[in-house]
Each structure stands twice: as C-alpha cells, then as structure tokens.
Ligand binder design. Structure first.
Ligand code: GLY
Ligand code: MN
Ligand code: MN
Length: 443
C-alpha cells in the first residue's frame, strides 16, 4: 500500500535552508548510520541515521554528506559505497557515486573509500566545520584525523579550518518544525498506528500471550507499508503495565487485568507513538475505571490547552495538578494538593513527563528550553501527550484494589495556527468507546 513520502525536492530545500543559515567558508559533515552487528555474522535491520536521511533521503550505510558553502556557492557532496557486482550479489543494489548524482541530486559524488584523501582537500580554506557532536559515529575523531593531515601540509599552502561548531542548534531546530509534506507523512503514521491499536483491542482475550498482541500490531504495520515499528513495542498485562520500558512481552494476559500497549509504526522515517490501556476481557472493573478516567481527564485537559504561544511546561503542570487532585479524591494520596505537588508526592504514581517532541525519532530532536526558559509552542511542532498512573504492586500505602494497575494514554498532537490537531484520534479512548468496540467487534 502506497503511503505519502518526502520528495527529493524537499530534501534539496532542506539542504538549501540549512546552508542559508551557515556562514560563508563553512562545511557541514553528516555521517550515515552504521550497520549494527547482532550476533555471529547476523546484522540488525539497517535504519538510516535521521539527520542523514533528513538531508539526503539516501538509505545506504557507509556514506557521508559534506555540504561546502564556499563564498556564495553551495556544493552538496555525497560519499557512498562504490558499485561492486560481487558484493551486490550478496547484499543487494548500491546506487554508487553515479547513481546518487542522478537519484539523490548530489552535485559531486565519490566512493567512501576516497573519503580520507578527499576531505582534507574539500576542507582546505574552510573556516568552520559544523557537525553533531557526541553521537556514536565518532565524527570528532574522523574530523580530527582530517585536520591532522591538513596541518602537515601547511607549508604547501593548505589553510586549516579553525572552528568546530555544533550543528544541532541549526539542524535540529529545522527538524522540530514540520513541513506540509512531513505533516502528511506523520498523519499517515498516526492513522496506521491507531488502526493497529484498534486491531489489538478486537483480538484481545484472556489466555493470549502479550507477544501475540504485539504480533497483531506488527502485522498491521507491515500490511500497511510500514516495514518497522518506530520503537520496541510495549505490551504489558496487569502489573507489567507498571514497568515503564517493559519490552519482554512474554507473559499471559489474564482475566480481570488491564493491558497497556505502547506501539507506533514508522512511515517513511516518521514515527507514530500511541499508548492505550484496556481490559483484557473487555470490561473495566471499578478500580480500573476510576484510575483510567482520571488519566483520561488529565490527558484531555492537556490537549485542550495546546496551542501556539503556551510554554512547553504548562501542560505537564496541568497533568500533575489533575492527577494529584484525582489521587487525593480517590484516597491514594492524603493531604493538601498544593503541598503534595510541591513535595513531588505524585511521583510515586506519575514518575515521567507528559510527553516529548515526535518526528523522525520517537524522542525527537529539538530543545525544550531556549535561553533558560521553557520554549513556547509553535505551529508545526508535533509532540506526544501521555500522562499515566502506575500503582506499584507492592505499594503498601494504598488499598490493595489499586495495586498493580498501570495506565497510560498517549496521543500524537500537531500544533496548528489556532490550536492543535490530534494525529492519532482514530483509536478509541473513553471507557464507553473501548467497551463498546470490544463488546461488538471482537473476534
Ligand atoms: N514509546 C516511547 C514513549 O512513549 O516515550
Ligand atoms: Mn511517547
Ligand atoms: Mn509511547
């Protein structure tokens, strides 16, 4: 099934917009991801680095982007694996330098095998080199080795760049604000992820293994053109729902328990990220319903507030207030709401933040504070809204009926000119909607 995708013209626009923000005589360096060894001679499925893909749309390993802004001229160099008929028999097609000029609009392209020879030449006369620091690609040491070889040639007139500058402040700000094409792709990721959660509700029943629900979700992703999930799916029945990063997914789902599913697909490199929590047998019991409705109340209150101009932190604070008030009303916390918030008592039940930026990475790039202040939301930002309540199975301070209940409700939300758009609204989340779906369409 064909999903919307980012066109080559947009990748070129991104490179132009990036270059326009850089000083003259500068170079940008962005390495591709590496193949990850899994075990023996098996590799994990390759997934391109998000920054690299954002600027190129090129999904082969062993590649390097070098954008040189020399006075007013910007040149896009792409180093890639050379064509190799023998290797291609084993590992598949490679574009090669000629191919990336045609298909990926590189101005100049070279074999990656030439990178150590060519980089010192490309960087000659450049003032500043811009790259993302502290990543796992060892870019610092590669740049350092190119500079070292340049320093040895100073007497031959080579001029060595004098400044190494962090690229993320420019590149990740660009990634934070989504374009029309990106929003279209993210709507699709939200829709397919939502449909997968509906499928999980429709097949869930006591006795199923958690990984069988996961299988249904992955099946739906793949049947709809999404080769990979955006992150490891969490399917936690009963008290497993209280383990925030539970990914074992190997327990049996039991009558009377809830199941928490946090799963989203990746569509053309953009993530969906949805959590739903629902009863394994299709009916909430009283304790489950009370806590569920409280999490939902917090989530809806936050979504209601989202619009341009509000500080990032505001909705987190709203979620803390609604959840703390509710926990006091239900008797899980005792005391004055303001004091319970001030001393962080709510963190025994709600220990994570409300959400995060969402985009090519599930926990996407972009700063949350600017000049020391929580940043204001702007149209084109996409974030998750995912409050939760998790009552530890061994929490002796609360009545036994609450223990081992873990609930999170997560949607993906685009900030629009006047408010927001929920990208994942297709999957039910009120108690009535969930119970009705499970009572009427389960098979
Ligand atoms: N699925 C990861 C998260 O919700 O943050
Ligand atoms: Mn999330
Ligand atoms: Mn999630």
């Amino acid at each position: 099934m064909k999903q919307p995708s980012i066109q080559q013209r947009e990748f070129a626009d991104r490179r132009e917009r990036l270059a326009a923000q850089l000083p003259i005589n500068s170079a940008v360096i962005v390495p591709s991801a590496k193949l990850q060894h899994r075990n023996s001679d098996v590799e994990s499925p390759f997934r391109q680095d998000s920054d690299f893909y954002y600027l190129s749309g090129f999904d082969e390993p062993e590649a390097l982007i070098v954008i040189v802004k020399d006075q007013a001229v910007v040149t896009y160099h792409l180093f890639c694996q050379p064509r190799d008929p023998e290797m291609e028999i084993w590992n598949g097609y490679r574009s090669g330098p000629e191919g990336v000029k045609i298909d990926f609009l590189a101005d100049k392209a070279f074999s990656i095998e030439e990178v150590d020879e060519r980089l010192p030449e490309l960087l000659d006369g450049i003032d500043s080199i811009h790259f993302c620091m502290g990543t796992c690609y060892q870019t610092e040491s590669r740049v350092e080795s190119w500079l070292t070889s340049m320093r040895k040639k100073r007497r031959q007139g080579v001029t060595v760049p004098s400044r190494l500058i962090e690229l993320s402040s420019v590149l990740h700000e660009m990634r934070l604000i989504k374009s029309v094409q990106e929003i279209e792709v993210m709507r699709s990721a939200g829709e397919i992820s939502a449909q997968a959660h509906v499928r999980a509700m429709q097949i869930c029943c006591p006795g199923l293994m958690e990984y069988q629900l996961e299988a249904e979700i992955i099946h739906h992703f793949m049947q709809n053109g999404c080769r990979l999930p955006a992150y490891s799916s969490i399917v936690g029945g009963g008290k497993n729902g209280c383990v925030l990063h539970y990914v074992s997914n190997n327990s049996m789902l039991r009558e009377g328990d809830l199941v928490l599913i946090d799963a989203g697909c990746e569509t053309d490199y953009y993530a969906g990220d949805i959590t739903r929590t629902f009863p394994v047998n299709g009916r909430f019991n009283d304790a489950q319903r009370a806590l569920y409705e409280l999490v939902l109340k917090a989530q809806m209150a936050c979504i209601e507030e989202l619009k341009p101009g509000i500080p990032w932190e505001q909705t987190h604070d709203t979620s803390v207030r609604v959840i703390t008030e509710g926990l006091v009303e239900l008797g899980l916390l005792k005391g004055n709401v303001g004091e319970l918030i001030d001393c962080g008592a709510y963190k025994a039940f709600y220990m994570h933040r409300l959400g995060h930026w969402l985009g090519m990475d599930v926990h996407d790039v972009g700063d949350y504070k600017v000049a020391g202040e929580w940043r204001l939301l702007e149209p084109g930002m996409v974030m998750t809204v995912e409050p939760g309540i998790y009552v530890a199975p061994d929490n002796e301070n609360v009545d036994a009926r609450w223990r081992g209940i873990g609930i999170r409700i997560e949607d993906d939300v685009l900030i629009t000119d006047n408010g927001c758009e929920v990208l994942t609204g297709l999957v039910p989340k009120t108690v009535d909607e969930i119970e009705t779906l499970m009572a009427t369409t389960r098979h």
